[in-house]
Design a protein around this ligand. Structure first.
Ligand code: MG
Length: 374
């Protein structure tokens, strides 16, 4: 490790040690500023409106790191969100970002080269890479003076609805959450995968007949029981099932997908483009999340591959600010199904961007991501 790397790592460690529990934005660390682009980052802990429970854990906060890349007096915003199941931490993200040296790149438009360079630094660290990818896309859109969806040729009127997610909880809380959101959304996403599945669905059905997507988060273990449950769910107005079985049960998933009356979408089973050949045929579609796949550049390649294989495209998100959610939303006209509600689940958003009106996503029309800093 050279001196510059050591200083960068020490600074990020100090930042991480003293950071965000107070909720105040700490001073950003600036790394390797020799070239025309300046990279800055700072941790920012996301506060959830409700304790969020899926089949494997519960949480009230989510660790997050905000990234800024400045070029020619213009700043692009990016973000790394680290829900616990992916194994990334504020420390690992800051450590990776401290290593990133953009001084060898003359322009933020060299997206392919920069993302290839980031992959050369480590095989993992997808959220940190996504943060840089998102900031570069915001920056290049601003430099071109156009929103990303327009640069890509997407029709913003085709953004469509987003689901709103209801975590696993007591019937009283599930009823209350459903009552709060039923009039605001056109489709709900419900976490299942525990013994309470039937109770969860029946509780929601006592409030609303909105269509429901369910996410088992690998929580079902028996393929025959899973198939029975999917038939029951279909009768209850469920339209899609996400990650029913554990990641290592690909053959059983293929068996289930072949027989299922509902589409089966991969989430934990698919991270990046290179995973797609392995899982095609076992699922009806894929859930693309920027934090898993290193950002917008790779997400667009995954959409193209999935389309070529006749697979459904779902866009998801983590608990995130409007920065990363808006980035994902710019891809929404190219997707079949969107679950981009992470910014709606937190109480300390840093940006205003994509909005949900009458259940439909509305993309901002200003350049880049189109964010306004709050
Ligand atoms: Mg999921």
């Amino acid at each position: 490790m050279d001196r510059r790397q050591f200083i960068g790592l020490s600074a990020s460690a100090a930042l991480v040690a003293g950071l965000t529990s107070c909720g105040v934005r700490p001073k950003a660390v600036e790394t390797h500023c020799g070239g025309p682009m300046k990279l800055r980052f700072y941790p920012y802990e996301l506060q959830l409106a409700h304790t969020f429970t899926v089949s494997s854990y519960s949480r009230k906060t989510t660790p997050d790191v905000q990234v800024e890349i400045e070029y020619d007096g213009i700043t692009g915003y990016g973000e790394a969100s680290m829900p616990p199941y992916l194994g990334h931490t504020v420390e690992s993200v800051c450590s990776f970002l401290s290593k990133v040296d953009l001084s060898g790149f003359r322009s933020p438009f060299l997206l392919e080269d920069i993302m290839e360079y980031l992959d050369s630094l480590s095989p993992g660290d997808s959220p940190a890479k996504a943060a840089i990818d998102i900031a570069l896309h915001d920056l290049t859109g601003k430099l071109m003076g156009e929103p990303l969806f327009r640069i890509w040729g997407y029709n913003p009127d085709k953004s469509g609805p987003t689901t709103f997610t209801i975590g696993i909880d007591t019937p009283e809380i599930v009823r209350q959450k459903t009552e709060e959101c039923a009039g605001l959304y056109r489709i709900l996403k419900v976490k299942v995968g525990l013994d309470s599945d039937e109770q969860m669905i029946n509780t929601i059905r006592s409030v609303t007949d909105l269509p429901i997507a369910v996410d088992a988060n690998q929580g079902w273990k028996d393929r025959s029981k899973a198939l029975d449950e999917i038939h029951w769910l279909k009768e209850k107005g469920v339209v899609l099932v996400e990650q029913p079985l554990p990641v290592d049960r690909l053959d059983d998933t293929a068996w289930l997908t072949e027989r299922s009356p509902l589409p089966i979408v991969a989430d934990e089973s698919i991270q990046r483009l290179k995973d797609l050949p392995r899982i095609k045929g076992a699922f009806s579609g894929i859930n693309i999340k920027l934090m898993k796949c290193t950002g917008l550049l790779e997400a667009r390649k995954m959409i193209a591959y999935a389309r070529a294989e006749g697979m459904m495209v779902m866009l998801g998100c983590m608990t995130e600010t409007s920065c990363a959610c808006t980035a994902a939303a710019h891809l929404s006209p190219a997707a079949d199904f969107c679950d981009i509600d992470g910014n709606l689940l937190i109480t300390n958003d840093l940006f205003s961007g994509m909005k949900v009106r009458d259940g439909l996503m509305v993309l901002p029309d200003s350049p880049g991501l189109g964010l306004t800093r709050l």
